[in-house]
Design a protein around this ligand. Structure first.
Ligand code: PEP
Ligand code: MN
Length: 678
């Protein structure tokens, strides 16, 4: 016995020594990063790491340690050192612009929930005090950060057993917050109860529905037990504590059992023993991640709806040698059968290579929004590539030529707008609205009254448009009128009528928004959202329509240059919405004989500068119905992708723009003469 004790104490002494040595190794590791700071060298030195492992394996063998053991132990040690070095350069704390040293963190649930535990782990390295703000719902967590109540939202995004958390994905699409970090947390579900009790005595189990799904196999072994869903794991523990009924149990983490001082009845009850949840750290400002740290970028996109467009978009990653780590799809609310794709890839938005990739990706998308670039938790294990054929010197040389190539492409972009330009996207953008194609070689006719005035009026107009081959029905509901005493439009009531008629005649509709508050509702009921001439430089409005998933027709301002029009379009494009149609509707010149002067020269000029479709509105340009037809024909001849004209069943009685409204007979004549130009 004595000798066993002596041996054990010998082992204890060695273990302590190992700890001492590990701590000393950490210290040196920190000094190394300080030295690297000065030299700007990357944190990972893969060459050195693999050399180190090789020599350790060799030495290990000589002293009786097998290579598998040595590799495992040193993977852990190297990983630790990489994390320490990464944390050193990581500036999340400094960038969070928090006044005091306390971080206010919004989570779904209460203290003891997995979000709480994972957040503690994530922020442990940042040395800040943590204050938790518990919310019942995910959207309230996001709102808490948006309103400034909290500094960070800490939300689960996916689980290795139960998959993506849809609600969080949908919230990411709409928020203006950015992802600044991730935490992968191992979930260890236990069955817990108020008192020590045999499993057979359990009558009811409280569990979060996701948690119950992750433990379904275990729960199947208890067929008589009632399962009651609860908002989160910690709350279910709180519930059994309050009820003090030993026959009630909850599913929660070991840590939650500890916090609430309840008994663990059974450990490891999840279907998969390796059960991880990935959490996202979200805040108001994006962070810039040091290029020396391995980084992940998350984005959301919608591809054009042509066959193969997703493949084309994904091939951009392959072409650029970027590693895609996640692809998830979600339906677009309000656009049935259309999907939004969420992608994660390894790369830093600051990196030119990633910028180039995003530029290219944008060409295949209808919507593109970067959700954030943040340090990844995945420490890529050191590879022992004994077979590396390329000599390091050659590698460096080839990397240099790559860089030179990239620099050349980027320096070509000199204009202030980029996404709208032909340099960025040489091919025409074709926008699909229901079955109507706008752009490319298509010519589209948008027609309808200036304003929606009544059900009968818009119904008659819908029939006239459809009957004569117009593809899209227009009708203003919110009217920008020069005089406040003129008819201001029927508002949402008009929108409802327009939508009904669109459905009745199976014809897409377009209407104008004047204010930010109208956008969501208009985007829901109108197939295209119009920004009128007076709002072309209403940048707040442009940013908001940049976030929607419906095409936007942007009309040229009364006094706006072509360059200003394209910069206005750039606002919409840069906020994610890649479906922008331009509209030339006449500009103000010294000429007073006509309402405006139709700038037909703008069409070929715009076609050279931009890939976006261009529509001509002769009605608002000339302001007189009998001169609309020749201008409409001219628009087609000069290369516009379509026209928009106003008509009315009784132009004399029109509540707005009567003098320029075509009689139905004139509209029919116009359609015939356009056909002759084919
Ligand atoms: C319109 O098209 O209804 C309109 C108001 O036009 P604009 O913004 O070009 O004046
Ligand atoms: Mn009008």
């Amino acid at each position: 016995m004595k000798s066993i004790e002596r041996l054990r104490s010998g082992i204890n002494t060695i273990d302590e020594k190992i700890l001492q040595l590990l701590s000393e190794r950490r210290k040196l590791s920190k000094e190394v990063i300080q030295a690297k700071d000065l030299t700007d060298k990357p944190i990972r030195d893969k060459e050195r790491e693999s050399q180190l492992l090789r020599s350790l394996i060799k030495t290990g063998k000589e002293i009786g340690l097998d290579s598998n053991f040595v590799t495992k132990v040193f993977y852990e040690i190297i990983e630790d050192s990489v994390r320490i070095q990464q944390n050193h350069v990581l500036n999340i704390g400094k960038k969070a612009s928090v006044k005091d040293a306390t971080f206010r963190i919004a989570i779904q649930g209460i203290e003891g929930a997995y979000s709480y535990l994972a957040a503690n782990k994530f922020f442990a390295n940042h040395g800040n005090q943590l204050e938790f703000i518990g919310k019942k719902r995910f959207d309230d967590v996001i709102k808490s950060v948006e309103s400034g109540e909290a500094d960070f939202a800490f939300l689960p995004i996916e689980n290795t057993t139960s998959g993506g958390i849809n609600e969080v994905y949908d919230l990411l699409l709409h928020t203006s917050l950015s992802i600044v970090g991730e935490e992968v947390f191992q979930i260890k579900h236990c069955l817990v109860s108020y008192k020590e009790v045999p499993i057979t005595k359990i009558e009811k189990i409280y569990a979060h529905y996701q948690t119950a799904a992750q433990c379904s196999k275990f729960l199947e072994t208890l067929p008589d037990v009632v399962i009651e869903y609860y908002a989160d794991t910690a709350m279910s523990v709180q519930k059994i504590k309050e009820e003090k009924n030993p026959n009630f149990a909850a599913i929660a983490s070991e840590e939650a059992a500890d916090i609430f001082k309840v008994k663990i009845i059974r450990k490891n009850i999840a279907n998969q023993s390796e059960n991880y949840t990935r959490f996202l750290v979200i805040t108001r400002k994006p962070i810039e991640v040091d290029l020396r740290i391995p980084c992940k970028t998350s984005l959301v996109l919608a591809t054009s709806q042509e066959p193969g467009s997703l493949v084309e978009a994904l091939s951009v990653f392959k072409k650029n040698g970027v590693n895609l780590t996640k692809l998830e799809s979600r339906p677009i609310l309000g656009n049935p059968w259309e999907e939004m794709f969420y992608l994660d890839f390894l790369g830093n938005i600051k990196d030119e290579k990633v910028q180039q990739l995003l530029d290219e990706l944008g060409k295949y998308t209808r919507f593109l929004k970067v959700l954030g670039s943040y340090p990844t938790q995945e420490v890529i294990k050191t590879k022992l590539d004994f077979l590396s054929s390329e000599k390091p010197a050659e590698k460096i040389a080839s990397a240099k030529t790559e860089e030179v190539k990239r620099k050349k492409i980027i320096s070509k972009k000199s204009k202030e707008y980029k996404l709208a330009s032909r340099d960025y996207k040489p091919e025409d953008t074709i926008i699909k609205v229901k079955d109507v194609l706008i752009g490319g070689n298509n010519f589209v006719v948008i027609a309808g009254p200036c304003s929606v005035e009544s059900y009968e009026q818009i119904m008659t107009c819908g029939a006239e448009a459809k009957e004569n081959g117009a593809q899209i029905l227009r009708g203003g509901c919110f009217k920008p009128r020069t005089s406040p005493y003129s008819f201001q439009g029927l508002g949402f009531e008009g929108l409802d009528l327009l939508n009904k008629v669109g459905k009745q005649y199976d014809i897409p509709v377009i209407t104008e928004v004047l204010a930010i508050e109208q956008i969501q509702q208009v985007a829901k009921y109108s197939d295209i959202v119009q920004i009128g001439a007076r709002n072309m430089q209403n940048f707040a409005l442009l940013k908001e329509v940049g976030k929607i998933h419906k095409p936007v027709m942007l009309k040229r301002g009364l006094m706006a240059s072509i360059d200003e029009l394209l910069n206005a379009a750039e606002y919409i494009l840069s906020y994610g919405n890649r479906q922008v149609i331009l509209c030339e509707r006449g500009i103000r010149t010294f000429e007073t004989a006509t309402r405006n002067t139709l700038d037909l020269s703008a069409i070929p000029v715009l076609k050279e500068l931009t890939h976006l479709p261009i529509i001509v509105d002769p009605s608002h340009a000339i302001g007189q119905r009998d001169k609309v037809i020749p201008l409409a024909k001219a628009a087609k001849v000069v290369g516009a992708h379509g026209i928009m004209v106003e008509f009315h069943p009784e132009p004399e009685k029109a509540l707005s723009d009567g003098p320029q409204a075509l009689y139905f007979s004139q509209f029919e004549e116009l359609m015939q003469s356009l056909r002759k130009l084919d």
